[in-house]
Design a binder for this molecule. Structure first.
Ligand SMILES: [Fe+2]
Length: 281
């Protein structure tokens, strides 16, 4: 199925595609990347050179591109691309700096779970700034069946307002549609992956305000304990970035964490796209 692509595994969680140029790829090879993504929670392709148009076209293969939430952090002219950067341009921050420094999952406040994220690294510090991915599916499947059955009864309350208060975002930046979408949503703690049907933890530290039937404090303690479990080293792939890296991941079966870099010495520029929800072909 993937005879045209050369790949190597990245722990159990993902795969790296070797010697591949997304911008020049024919439809058959691109279709094989789609298939690889359906079988791997994280896919890495290094040494890419993509215009914003090419990035949007590539990301759009994995679902419908979502408009990004912070309008002043979007790439001008590209509402589907959020800039993650510490760069200052014309005296103003060019992008969103210090994002994702806790274990979390993107898209948990959407009513329908199942986001795909693509990051494209353009300027990368020579040290620091790694992204860690935890295999939530492997973590859940490492548990005894009776405990799994108990956890499948847990319902988690996700709150965008709670997330924004914690992240010190400015609610006034939201559009009226985004504000209307700030109602709490409830997702099960255990979901079936839309890719392969395997059950997985659907965990995040960001938006999880509590658990149905528990005090918020007790609910968050329960979730925090399971995040600690699912993010043990044995479940984690650490991605050390190089300029030109494209990383695609499934936000149902993973948690991720951005690590710090020395922003007094280095600049970082990364583009992010979100596609929702992932629908198998
Ligand atoms: Fe994230």
């Amino acid at each position: 199925m993937t005879a045209l692509l050369s790949v190597r595994p990245l722990t159990k969680l993902g795969t790296e595609i070797l010697d591949f140029d997304i911008a020049q790829a024919d439809e058959e090879r691109l279709r094989q990347i789609d298939e690889l993504y359906r079988r791997n929670s994280v896919v890495v392709v290094r040494n890419q050179r993509l215009s914003p148009d090419k990035l949007v076209a590539f990301a759009g293969r994995f679902g419908d591109l979502l408009p990004q939430t912070g309008e002043d952090q979007n790439l001008p002219g590209f509402p589907g691309i959020c800039v993650l950067s510490n760069k200052i341009v014309d005296g103003r921050p060019f992008g969103f700096h210090k994002a994702g420094r806790r274990w979390h999952t993107d898209g948990t406040t959407l009513k329908k779970a199942g986001l795909t994220t693509v990051l494209y690294g353009i300027e990368i510090p020579p040290e620091g700034g790694d992204t860690l991915f935890a295999d939530a599916c492997e973590a859940f499947n490492s548990l005894p069946e009776d405990l799994q059955a108990q956890l499948e009864q847990v319902q988690v309350i996700h709150s965008l307002a709670y997330l924004m208060r914690r992240a010190h975002h400015r609610p006034e930046l939201l559009t009226p549609e985004q504000r209307a979408a700030m109602e709490d949503v409830v997702h099960p703690l255990v979901l079936a992956s839309p890719i392969d049907g395997r059950k997985t933890f659907y965990l995040t530290s960001g938006s999880a305000r509590g658990v149905v039937g528990m005090t918020d404090e007790d609910g968050r303690k329960l979730l925090s304990d399971w995040i600690d479990y699912a993010t043990q080293d044995r479940f984690v792939y650490r991605h050390t970035w190089q300029p030109g890296d494209v990383v695609i991941w499934n936000d149902v079966s993973t948690l991720h964490l951005a690590t710090d870099f020395d922003d007094t010495k280095y600049e970082r520029l990364v583009y992010r796209c979100w596609m929702t929800p992932f629908v198998p072909a």
